[in-house]
Design a protein around this ligand. Structure first.
Ligand code: IMP
Ligand code: MG
Length: 194
């Protein structure tokens, strides 16, 4: 049966699919609570501005949908899609834009909505690319920040959670396009592919 199955193991909720066990790292209520807090911070920081929320497809679509409803000011939405070349497990740092923004961001306040920062290379590239279009300001809102050593640091103004260096799925994040629609952030117990 091609259905996610929820089970319990050692008193903890797990999800089973395709013989893989997904353990909960951040549950639904913790996500909801933190996103509400981030939304309030953004609301008060941007209360006299209409920011452009730039979201990076596809991983951040669920985070965007939830956080935008906690932001109580008018906002403009725009989307980009990027793909990293090379080895799929480790980002190469070479990023290609596969879908660009629809609107000009010149003179605008841009808030990038990202799902996860791993090596930080995707975000670095994006910030550099967007800065060249002369926005008034660019800030970053990222749901997850992985604990990995990085050469270059991005200052993330709105951060959801620091997480350990594990490959996570769910809440928009995938492994080989699977698991995006799991409602929590989890990790695959046997990370045999890493
Ligand atoms: P970075 O360029 O190494 O920071 O990678 C960022 C991108 O890789 C994210 O926007 C995700 O799409 C993807 N990514 C990084 N870590 C994970 C993970 O643990 N699970 C799913 N996708 C990830
Ligand atoms: Mg992404």
């Amino acid at each position: 049966m091609n259905v996610y199955r929820i089970a319990e193991e050692d008193g903890e909720k797990i999800l089973i699919y395709d013989n893989e066990k997904i353990k909960v790292l951040i549950d639904e209520s913790s996500l909801k609570k933190r996103i509400k807090e981030l939304g309030s911070m953004i609301t008060s920081d941007y209360k006299d501005i209409v920011p452009v929320l730039v979201s990076v497809l596809r991983g951040s679509f669920i985070f965007l949908a939830d956080i935008c409803r906690e932001i109580r000011i008018p906002v403009v939405f725009d989307f980009m899609a990027v793909s990293s070349y090379g080895n799929s497990k480790v980002s190469s740092g070479i990023v290609r834009i596969t879908k660009d923004l629809e609107f000009s961001i010149e003179g605008r306040e841009v808030l990038i909505i990202e799902d996860i920062i791993d090596s930080g290379r995707t975000l670095n590239y994006l910030v550099k690319n967007l800065k060249a279009r002369n926005p008034r300001n660019i800030e970053i809102c990222a749901l997850l920040d992985k604990n990995v050593p990085r050469k270059t640091k991005n200052s993330v103004k709105y951060k959801g959670f620091d997480i350990p260096n594990k490959f996570v799925v769910g809440y928009g994040l995938d492994y080989a396009e699977k698991y995006r629609n799991i409602p929590f952030i989890g990790y695959i117990e046997n990370e045999q592919y890493l």
